[in-house]
Design a protein around this ligand. Sequence first.
Ligand code: UDP
Length: 235
Amino acid sequence: MKKTELLYEGKAKKVYKTEDENFYIIEYKDDATAFNGLKRGTIHQKGVLNNKISAILFALLERNNIPTHYVKKLSDREMLVKKVEILPLEVLVRNYAAGSLSKRLGIEEGKKLKTTVLEFCYKSDELGDPMINEYHIEAMDLATKEEVETIKKMSLKINDILSEYFLSKDIILVDFKLEFGRCREGVILADEISPDTCRLWDKNTMEKLDKDRFRRDLGNVEEAYIEILKRLGGI
Ligand code: UDP
C-alpha cells in the first residue's frame, strides 16, 4: 500500500492517506516533546523503536479480542492502520500514583492505587488537554454515553492484558494513555502504545524505562526504549 497525501503531522507521528480510502499509514518520528510542547528534542531511533513496540502491543491486544486500528507493520517506521475518526479524548489509566496525579492529589510517586483509576482529558493543545469527566463529554458532545461505556470497559480490559504481559517481562505498567476512534466497526483502539505514552518501571530496580527519562533529563533515553523492545522480544 502506498502513501498518498500527508493528512496530519503531530508531535511524534505523521499520518498519510493511502491508495485505499479505508486505510492510513502512520509514520513514527524521532521528535519528542513534553509539557504541552514546552520541552522539545529528539530521541535517536525513537520512531523505529515506538513503531516496533506499538506493533507488538497492538498485535497482543488483537489476539485478546480488543478491536484496534492496527493492521500490520510496513517498515521500520511505518504501520498500516484502519481509517478512524479520532475522538477528542485522552483516556488515562493509572495503577500506581505518578506524574500529574501525584502532584494534584499529593500522593507519593510509586504508591500502588487501591483500584485502577480512569481519567479523561479533552484533546486540545490550546487548552493544554484539560481533565474532564463524563458529564463534560456528554455536554460537549465529544462521544455518546454508549461510546463512553465501551471505552471504559475496553480500557480496563486493555489494562489487565498489558499489565499481565509487562509483568511477565519484569516491567510494572504504572500508567498509560489511550485514544479511541470511530469507524464502521464502532469504537476501536487507535493511536499508539509505547514508552512515549506509558510509564514503565523495571520491577526489580524501579528504574524508569519510558519518556520520563526525557521529561526529567535522566539520561539514557534511547537505551530505555531499546530495553523495552528487547524485553518484548522485538530485538
Ligand atoms: N500521557 C501521554 N500523553 C499526554 C498525557 C499523558 O501519553 O498528553 C501519558 C503519560 O506518558 C503517562 C500517563 O499518560 O504514562 C499519565 O500521564 P500524567 O497525566 O501523569 O502526565 P504528565 O503530565 O506527568 O506527563
